[in-house]
Design a protein around this ligand. Structure first.
Ligand code: SF4
Ligand code: SF4
Length: 183
């Protein structure tokens, strides 16, 4: 069973390089994020520099106050769109070097949802960032799913929990009354 703290080597043992239309349907509506060496691998696969790839094909996606790069999508005026690397006849054009989040999208496996949750907990959630934890707390309170070892207390000690509750990281120390000449 996957937990929030499962190591990537073990997670990747559950992932297969298979491809079929069922898993590629979501490519019509979005794309998966790159982490680790994904950009380097993509650069070698496409024979283009990392900088060129970033400019031509990638955009930022934010979740839990963390921005990751993902392939651009052809959104037009809709909130979603087809991934730039998706070809309706041939599927994913970068299958061998696709982003980690795409690799772990195993639509037909009973643990498919756990894999995606594991990705979010390990790459979007940032336990050092109070705002990331605050957004994660709201997500959990709204019924969002996590994994074993993936509750708020597993990522935040008492000090951090207090910081999140009191919005301490968002307060600044400006003495506004003094600044405005009111004292
Ligand atoms: S995980 Fe299942 S649905 Fe996805 S590509 Fe492999 S066989 Fe197809
Ligand atoms: S990179 Fe490939 S697998 Fe990932 S969303 Fe785009 S087309 Fe789909």
């Amino acid at each position: 069973m996957l937990t929030a703290k499962s190591k990537i080597e073990n997670v990747m043992k559950l992932v297969y390089p298979c491809r079929c239309p069922a898993c590629e349907n979501p490519c019509n509506y979005g794309s998966g994020s790159l982490v680790g060496d994904d950009l380097k691998r993509l650069s070698e696969f496409l024979g283009e520099s990392e900088q060129d790839i970033k400019e031509k094909y990638l955009e930022e996606k934010e979740k839990f106050n963390t921005k990751l790069l993902r392939p651009k999508t052809e959104k037009g005026n809709k909130p979603y769109g087809k991934c730039v690397f998706y070809d309706k006849s041939n599927g994913c054009k970068i299958h061998e070097a696709k982003p980690t989040e795409c690799k772990i999208s195993m639509g037909c496996k009973p643990y498919g949802e756990e894999l995606i949750t594991w990705f979010d907990l390990n790459y979007h959630l940032n336990p050092k960032d109070p705002e990331s934890l605050r957004q994660f707390k709201i997500y959990l309170e709204s019924g969002g799913k996590s994994l074993p070892e993936g509750e708020l207390n597993d990522f935040a000690d008492e000090n951090m929990l207090k910081k999140i509750e009191n919005y301490e990281d968002l307060k600044d120390n400006t003495d506004w009354e003094k600044l405005l000449g009111l004292k």
